[in-house]
Design a protein. Structure first.
Length: 523
């Protein structure tokens, strides 16, 4: 039954029911009066919303009153009582059903048409979605007393930035209080166009640090633009990202840090087959480091460093909501290897990496020797194989095993010797295994997940700038265990405890244990 027709029927029933109300109890009269008042308000709402005109509403009420008066008048002389038409009593269940249906339709139409809003917002603004996160962390870093003495390791990042030799801490412990804030927004521009951005705290010169360490004499935290992208969905099975966006690869933190944002162009293709098999392919061109050709550093002009990446994989759905996923990727870093500078420009930074953590083989690209400028000894072409088996038989508790293997096939011992003068043993492999039990997402109070894993990543297995910043306090040439758990204490609020214990593989002893306690609130 149409919306307006239901209103008219309800009005007629409400008025005509007054003829029979004298036969009902006092309680029924009170119910009918409430129903009459509801009907009058609905008619007024229809007028104010433009569904019917004021004249039509007045005509409707006049007709209803006339019919009610006619039905209530005594019969004319000589008229047979059998000719009087009486309106039967409408059961309460029917009245309630009609009232509820009308109310639902009015509310739905009001929401859809924006009743009461003088200037409705454009659809792309009303469709904007915000999300955010605030995290408080207590962290303790313990460096073994058996480590190599201070002065053994150079702090490559600080040295390259400052122009003076800086050294790593290898002995002193530290206790930190840190905070992280992130705020993201996505706006649908069209059916297949989405724009997004995210702000975050952290060191603006580090792609793997989104935390602000407390203790700045109550100074303000640094906020940076972490993401800014356009996402295109021209086809159900194809997507395109342009700008700065989240990790598009199926991977682990052995290769890519979990909070790392990528920048460039990435295309992803994913097609669901009827058998539950879903092949996928992702490819991208991502600039790493470029130089302005208008600058005075003429040697740097046009020397862009890029990442060419491609990944092919398949996901297979299984019984009991389980699945298996495997993918192989090739990450080719073009132009990142160092090269000795021209003696006429000894401190040129063309062949100095924009950011490093620690672990990769380095050499001094300054032919004068001082001040030192460190460049990467090896080329990096990483072949990465990642697999995950997720067992859902005990849903909502899930058991998942993730394994990851990487090898730098760009390492060439003879080429490195000719270019740098260093004869380096190949240390080019890494692997990781992680077993987790619990929920994949912590959303409600009582949700939990626990995990245990082992990682070994050799010196030149991956580019140390972009992998996990917590295990061994970042970088490569490390092996060890990690264990932890997360528990939901309220809606979108959780506590996470992690312990990571790692030792150096080849270089002088450097054992680092990291303890983290996080309180996270998402909105």
């Amino acid at each position: 039954m149409k919306f307006a027709a239901r209103i008219l029927l309800l009005a007629s029933l409400c008025v005509c029911a007054g003829n029979a109300a004298s036969q009902d109890a006092a309680a029924d009269r009170q119910e009918l009066e409430a129903l009459r008042q509801t009907t009058m308000k609905l008619i007024e709402l229809m007028v104010s919303s433009g569904i019917i005109t004021q004249e039509k509403a007045e005509e409707l009420l006049r007709d209803a009153r006339r019919d009610a008066a006619k039905a209530a008048s005594p019969p004319a002389a000589g008229e047979s009582k059998q000719q009087i038409v009486r309106v039967p009593f409408v059961p309460r269940v029917v009245r309630d059903e009609i009232r509820d249906e009308v109310k639902q339709e009015v509310v739905a139409q009001a929401k859809q048409e924006g009743w009461g809003k003088p200037d409705p917002l454009p659809s792309w603004i009303s469709g904007m979605k915000f999300d955010g996160e605030v995290k408080f962390r207590l962290q303790s870093n313990h460096l073994s007393g058996a480590n190599a003495p201070v002065g053994t390791y150079a702090d490559v990042q600080t040295t390259n930035t400052s122009g003076q030799l800086a050294l790593q801490n290898t002995q002193g412990d530290s206790q930190l209080a840190r905070v992280q804030f992130r705020l993201g927004v996505e706006a649908p521009i069209d059916d297949w166009v989405m724009a997004g951005a995210r702000l975050t705290t952290g060191n603006l010169n580090s792609p793997v640090t989104e935390y602000q360490t407390l203790g700045s004499t109550f100074g303000r935290a640094t906020i940076g633009l972490d993401r800014a992208y356009i996402k295109l969905d021209p086809l159900p099975w194809a997507k395109l990202w342009l700008g700065k966006f989240s990790n598009p690869w199926f991977s682990t933190d052995m290769v890519w840090y979990e909070d790392l944002s990528f920048e460039g162009i990435v295309a992803a293709f994913r097609y669901d087959l009827a058998s539950g098999t879903t092949p996928f392919f992702t490819a991208g061109l991502l600039p790493l480091q470029g130089y302005d050709c208008t600058s005075l550093q003429i040697l740097s002009c046009g020397n862009y460093k890029r990442l060419y990446a491609a990944q092919l994989g398949v996901e297979q759905k299984m019984i009991a909501d389980s699945y298996f996923k495997i993918a192989g990727a090739l990450y080719n870093f073009d132009g990142v290897q160092g090269q000795t500078n021209d003696p006429a420009f000894p401190t040129d930074k063309t062949f100095v990496p924009g950011f490093v953590q620690k672990g990769n083989s380095m050499f001094n690209v300054n032919p004068l020797g001082s001040p030192p400028l460190f460049g990467l000894a090896s080329k990096f072409k990483e072949l990465n194989l990642t697999a995950r088996f997720d067992l859902g038989s005990f849903d909502p508790t899930r058991i998942a095993l993730t394994v990851d293997y990487v090898k730098n096939i760009g390492f060439d011992r003879q080429e490195i010797l000719q270019r740098t003068g260093l004869d380096l043993e190949p240390r080019t492999e890494g692997y990781q295994a992680r077993l987790s039990v619990g929920r994949n997402e912590i959303i409600r109070r009582g949700d939990w997940q626990a995990w245990l894993g082992y990682k070994r990543i050799e010196r030149d297995a991956v580019l140390d700038a972009f992998n996990d910043a917590d295990f061994h306090l970042g970088g490569t040439d490390a092996k060890g265990w990690f264990v932890g758990g997360t528990y939901g204490i309220a809606k979108n609020t959780s506590v996470r405890l992690r312990y990571l214990s790692a030792n150096e593989i080849d270089n002088p002893p450097l054992a680092i244990d990291v303890f983290q306690l996080d309180l996270t609130a998402k909105f």
